[in-house]
Write a protein that binds this ligand. Structure first.
Ligand SMILES: Cc1cc2nc3c(=O)[nH]c(=O)nc-3n(C[C@H](O)[C@H](O)[C@H](O)COP(=O)(O)OP(=O)(O)OC[C@H]3O[C@@H](n4cnc5c(N)ncnc54)[C@H](O)[C@@H]3O)c2cc1C
Length: 458
């Protein structure tokens, strides 16, 4: 009898390793030990949701000495500047809800929103699509955009696994096919300026998220007396974007300076999923893991299964160079995007420029780089482009080259990337969050993480 029992235990453990168990489908015990890897928007939103659901043992491991990830705020001369996330759009209800709940101040700094034409002329962002396309062409494109039946598949924070295959095509070809190419031209300076690649390369699934945020603003502006309506479109955090995540992290068990270096998933003798996690040199036992760190980097610490290796290695980025500099004769308080630098041929050129303080002389610049470009080349280009606007770069204060906008190619979407990622959720007690799962912006990242936890742990 004992030998039969032993055989059964070994058999169950073996089968569980071979045929993965899908965990956390039913109502879960609130005593589960859950580890979250990464204290960015996705990880902290996941951990907060789990805590709100009543889970008592939720631990967030963060590799660096601070929370926030790509919400990276730095201080100079008593003012806070954002080197990463900046803007909170009016439809970012999850982020605004968190800010209100935790009492984190945000404001509209009354910035001008501008597009620089190739001759250096600056025009209001809401007048730009009209100038670019003419009223009839723009109105017909907006009507086509509004009538596109599958728009919701790319709504903020949506599950990309449910998107129709036609959205896998690059945005340029997709928008032309559906009669709203002019919408693409209208949003291109903002989209490229924020580091989200080029219309001829990026699958429509991703750019449609930005179009869904921007087109309603263009429409409202046109209705409000042809562009003379309100010029306030987004909020910023008074203490920098990181202040939101710092406030939230104070209510959670967050371990800083704790890079996860090893994850081993196994079944114990009673057939229960267990996960041994080494973080900051210490190993602990957990029941579930939520990976909210960049997934391709997770291959360095995860006992990855073939499907995980296969999918994570497809993730790619745009190198997005952010430079904080002291300057003069540039627009302020303003955020400016360049219409002349929206294609790959203009990689490295100034794509976005930002200064939120009317009285300050510090600007933040963004350039989508090519992998082979050096910081010296990028600085030369920045100085030239600033000069062509009539301004001057006086002193570079700080630089940061981001691996920005995790995404996959049309081919990888055609091969079912998101459907296959979705099928992995819960297997071996493992959940995948982070901005690759939806779109690389704080609202979708936070919303996706929250919804995933609500769906799988409620
Ligand atoms: C320059 C720039 C400008 C942006 N502007 C905006 C904007 O205006 N508005 C907006 O909404 N969004 C903006 N974004 C996007 C936004 O910042 C991201 O979508 C969001 O922060 C992604 O959150 P995340 O949690 O998925 O990833 P991240 O913020 O990258 O967080 C991942 C975390 O995991 C940690 N980590 C990595 N490896 C390990 C490990 N082994 N162990 C433990 N921890 C680990 C990292 O240190 C990091 O803290 C911008 C991004 C950039 C780069």
């Amino acid at each position: 009898m004992r030998r039969l029992l032993h055989f059964l235990i070994v058999f169950v453990a073996y089968m569980s390793a071979v045929v993965p168990l899908d965990c956390a489908r039913a109502s879960e015990s609130r005593d589960l030990r859950i580890a979250v890897v990464g204290a960015g928007a996705a990880g902290l939103s996941a951990a907060l949701t789990l805590q709100d659901l009543g889970f008592k043992h939720v631990t967030v491991f963060e590799a660096t000495s601070q929370v926030g990830g790509k919400a990276d705020s730095v201080e100079f001369g008593g003012r806070v500047y954002d080197m990463g996330a900046i803007l909170v759009m009016p439809n970012f209800s999850t982020i605004l809800g968190l800010a209100n709940r935790f009492g984190v101040p945000y404001q509209d700094p009354g910035m001008k929103y501008l597009v620089a034409q190739s001759d250096g002329e600056l025009i209001d962002i809401m007048d730009f699509p009209l100038r670019q396309s003419g009223p009839l062409s723009l109105m017909s494109a907006m009507a086509a955009f509004n009538h596109y039946p599958n728009r919701d598949a790319a709504a903020i924070g949506s599950d990309f696994a449910k998107a129709p295959r036609e959205m896998n095509e690059n945005f340029e070809a997709f928008s032309r096919r559906h009669g709203f190419e002019q919408v693409g031209l209208g949003i291109a300076p903002v989209t490229v300026g924020c580091g989200y690649g080029y219309a001829a390369e990026v699958p429509a699934l991703y750019w449609m998220q930005l179009a869904n945020s921007l087109v309603p603003l263009f429409q409202k502006s046109m209705q409000d007396a042809r562009g003379s309506g309100p010029k306030t479109y987004a909020a910023i955090f008074t203490g920098g974007y990181r202040s939101l995540w710092v406030a939230i992290s104070r209510h959670l068990d967050v371990r800083l300076n704790s890079p996860v270096s090893r994850v081993k998933r196994y079944m114990d003798e009673s057939g229960q999923q267990r996960i041994a996690i080494t973080a900051g040199g210490t190993t602990g036992e957990f029941d579930r893991i939520v990976i909210a760190a960049p997934l391709e980097k997770a291959l360095d610490f995860l006992d990855a299964r073939p499907e995980e290796k296969n999918l994570f290695s497809r993730i790619k980025y745009y190198p997005y160079n952010v430079v904080l500099f002291r300057g003069r004769n540039l627009p302020k308080p303003a955020i400016m995007f360049s219409n002349a630098h929206t294609t790959r041929a203009t990689a490295g050129r100034l794509a976005g420029l930002y200064n939120q303080f009317a009285e300050g002389d510090i600007w933040t610049a963004g350039q989508i780089a090519s992998p082979d470009m050096t910081q010296e080349q990028l600085e030369t280009t920045l100085r030239e482009d600033v000069a062509s606007l009539g301004g001057e770069v006086l002193e570079i204060l700080r630089r940061k080259m981001w691996s920005h906008f995790p995404h996959v190619s049309t081919k990888d979407l055609d091969e079912g990337f998101y459907q296959r990622m979705s099928a992995l959720q819960g297997i071996n007690g493992t959940f995948y969050s982070g901005s690759i799962m939806t779109f690389d912006s704080a609202e979708p990242a936070a919303l996706f993480a929250r919804d995933l936890m609500l769906e799988r742990f409620r």
